[in-house]
Design a protein. Sequence first.
Length: 191
Amino acid sequence: MATEALIIFTIVTLFAVSSLTASDETPFVVARKKASVLKLKSGAERVSVSIDIYNHGSLAIYDVSLADDSWSTDIFEFVAGNTSNSWEKLDAGSHVSHAFELESKEKTTYYSAPAVITYRIPTKSKLQVAYSTPIPALETLAEKAVAHKLDLKLLAKYGSHVSLVLIVALFVRIISSPSSKSSATNAKKRH
């Protein structure tokens, strides 16, 4: 009898908790910023930036605007696209993307700030703000390390040989060293 009451109580509690969480529907915005550097044949470098905005929540968001004003015009020249965009609506579970290209004017290590996304929720009057993920430092017009490529080539060419030698050496070491159990047995037999 007590077990049935406990099961009924558990079921009622689960329904109550699920109804409370269902009534608290909100959007959940995630923005991911990516950048890649492409070296052109002319020696110039282009930075391709893309920003993906995801609405992982359960409500649509409205008046979505994106601004990524962290790119200095002293260091970069805009080639394609612009750093801001806006969308009227972003449904629950959907995403939008925005991309632009820059060309580097000088050799530098550049740290870009996260992009800012503002949006409106129908249940709140205040604009909501979200930030994209930051990107790692971009090294533009930098000399790439040639030694690193050489190391990878050597590893690819001789890595299997080194592994084989190490395995054989380990096997010889194991075979040539007496085990502690057999040493203890031999010591008992001698006495």
